[in-house]
Design a protein around this ligand. Structure first.
Ligand code: TRP
Length: 354
């Protein structure tokens, strides 16, 4: 029985500065996956204009995400790094998916509700259709595995719903054109054109919270820059931000249990553990009983040690953009060649002429 080749796809929006949460939660996972998988990593610039149309310096924002990928260790020769708008097939398949997906599916998306806020009527149509474009990003390569944060789970379920509806609605055509693949969904063998994607959510990635409020996610939209560590922060800035991070007056517990109800302590210990590739228990065995005045400098040193090579390489790449532009152009060409094949088959299945 044939089945889909495993293929990893993920995307990052070029809006705002990348921070430690993006690095530990996403980019580091992307790096780890490339050893055993074929991977495509995309700077999703078409998504960037859904919530806000006009951006200062979008081009450099796009480059800086690509630079972060490369500086973190993603290999753009073995794998593919490109920006979404360079491959028009994403938008083309998104249109088709707009006709597959139902308005009710989109209206249920919690991220849409959050981003649109109270004035939903005034949100862009693109913001509503965002998940349909996201499904197209993945499925235009018939990718099977998608590393994302927890907040993207609902969007990936929607991508499965779109794939499934397409597979069912066009099952006859898929068979006639001989383009389909036998697959098993749950227990059930089916024949379809698009895979039902699997999220890759678990793993060591912690939820990295704000340095100013341990109950809120670290976010590029937080007005206080002290709430996050940006990938482009220099060592002094990192030291200062960790020194000023919110804590409580108690010393660190010796076991994870003792972090309950202490969100700031839990966050800092979690960040330490993730940066050091150790468990929280292990970290607490070392630091349990110590004051934050002792723990914070150790955390700051570790953060600088892990991040500064990445920061330096990003700065180098951004200093002369010809290299990064060449990487994106090459990635775009290779991605387009793959996407063109899929779209030719999709046109055939639907019955378009070209
Ligand atoms: N919506 C994702 C986010 O905000 C970004 C994204 C767009 C994406 N297309 C994707 C992620 C495809 C994974 C796969 O994080």
């Amino acid at each position: 029985m044939t089945t889909f080749q495993p293929l990893v796809f993920s995307g990052v929006q070029p809006t705002g500065n990348l921070h430690l949460g993006n690095y530990l939660g996403a980019i580091r996972k992307f790096v780890a996956l490339q050893d055993n998988n074929d991977c495509i990593y995309c700077v999703v610039d078409l998504h960037a204009i859904t919530a806000q149309l006009v951006h200062d310096d979008l081009r450099n924002q796009i480059r800086s995400i690509a630079a972060a990928f490369i500086a973190s260790g993603i290999d753009p020769v073995k794998h593919i790094v490109f920006n979404q708008s360079a491959v028009p097939q994403h938008a083309e398949l998104a249109w088709i998916f707009n006709c597959v997906a139902r308005i009710g599916w989109m209206n249920r998306m919690t991220q849409f509700k959050d981003k649109a806020g109270k004035d939903r009527e005034n949100a862009s149509l693109g913001l509503l259709a965002y998940p349909s474009l996201m499904a197209a990003d993945i499925l235009v390569y018939r990718a099977t595995h998608v590393p994302v944060g927890d907040d993207q789970k609902q969007h990936l379920e929607l991508a499965r719903d779109i794939a499934q509806k397409f597979n069912i609605d066009f099952q006859q055509k898929i068979r006639e054109t001989g383009t389909g693949v036998d697959m098993v969904v749950g227990e059930e063998p089916i024949h379809g054109y698009f895979p039902l994607v699997e999220p890759l959510i678990e793993g060591p990635a912690p939820r990295v919270m704000s340095l100013k409020d341990g109950t809120k996610k670290m976010s590029k939209s937080d007005p206080s820059d002290l709430s996050r560590i940006n990938l482009m922060d220099d060592a002094d800035t990192i030291l200062k931000k960790i020194r000023k991070a919110k804590t409580d007056p108690d010393s660190l517990p010796s076991e994870v249990e003792g972090l309950k109800g202490r969100p700031e302590a839990e966050n800092l210990v979690g960040i330490y553990a993730a940066l050091a590739d150790r468990t929280k228990d292990d970290v607490l065995q070392e630091f349990g009983g110590q004051q934050f005045s002792a723990f914070k400098p150790a955390l700051a040193d570790l953060a600088v040690h892990v991040l500064s090579p990445i920061t330096e390489e990003m700065r180098r790449l951004m200093g002369d953009t010809t290299h990064i532009d060449a990487i994106l152009r090459d990635g775009g060409e290779r991605a387009r060649a793959r996407a063109e094949k899929v779209m030719a088959e999709v046109f055939d299945i639907i019955g378009f002429l070209r």
